[in-house]
Ligand binder design. Sequence first.
Ligand code: 3IX
Length: 165
Amino acid sequence: MDSVIGDWSEGFARQDHAGPLPPHHARCLGCGPENPHGHHLQVWRERDAVRARHVFDERHVGAPGIAHGGAVATVLDDLFGFLLYLIGEPAVTRHLEVGYRSPVLLGTPYLLEAGVQRREGRKLFVRAQGTDEGGAAVVEASALFLVVGLEHFARGGGDAAPVAP
Ligand SMILES: CCCCC/C=C\C/C=C\C/C=C\C/C=C\CCCC(=O)SCCNC(=O)CCNC(=O)[C@H](O)C(C)(C)COP(=O)(O)OP(=O)(O)OC[C@H]1O[C@@H](n2cnc3c(N)ncnc32)[C@H](O)[C@@H]1OP(=O)(O)O
């Protein structure tokens, strides 16, 4: 196991308190502060939910002025990844579904929230939604995460490759 997996598993005690949660690692596409192509998602815990206030920018453009659907899916998938801090076990996405109700506009803040709907053995069924500042739902997602052992991540060589300039 290399440094990223080692560091992550060391810090992977269940986070039982409300407040900010740590990024998965520094270069994570969803939340890593050192990934220049990343979304820099900042997530906090409130009771049994995880929340983020998020703004998409020009790097994530699909149709002019509108966030690319794949970028929105990336952010929601990564948000689900923060629920693992509540569960205290590593898991990976097996299935992800996104419903795009309204365009997600660039430069516009959205509240993203996710929670665990139910657990059946190693299967975690999770749900999320994104709302605009008026409280209207613009996007919703559901996913199946499967709990895995840390050896799962050794298949990728463990440490993330350096980010290309
Ligand atoms: C969270 C990360 C923890 C990391 C810790 C280590 C280091 C830290 C460093 C980095 C972490 C950084 C960031 C990541 C954090 C979050 C980001 C978001 C998460 C992701 O980005 S993660 C990447 C994308 N992800 C994958 O790369 C998974 C590829 N995949 C596999 O590796 C295998 O697929 C595996 C191992 C998952 C399972 O493999 P398998 O062979 O054990 O199991 P199988 O596939 O058969 O399905 C099992 C049961 O699910 C049922 N099932 C299937 N589909 C269903 C559906 N739609 N509805 C209802 N049930 C369904 C079946 O029917 C069966 O049910 P049953 O067991 O009852 O028969």
